[in-house]
Design a binder for this molecule. Sequence first.
Ligand SMILES: [Zn+2]
Length: 52
Amino acid sequence: MCLICVEIAKSKMTVNEARQQLREMRHGLDKAHVAEVETKLDEAEKAAGENP
Ligand SMILES: [Zn+2]
């Protein structure tokens, strides 16, 4: 769990904003967690596309 996860969970951040943050933060994060966040973003994006 990192800042990005928290913001996504609260819907305080769009997927695009979260991806930007992830690019900036990924070096400070665990590789496995970066993959986890990317999966979350993909799912959030898909969900948004299905339910606009
Ligand atoms: Zn996280």
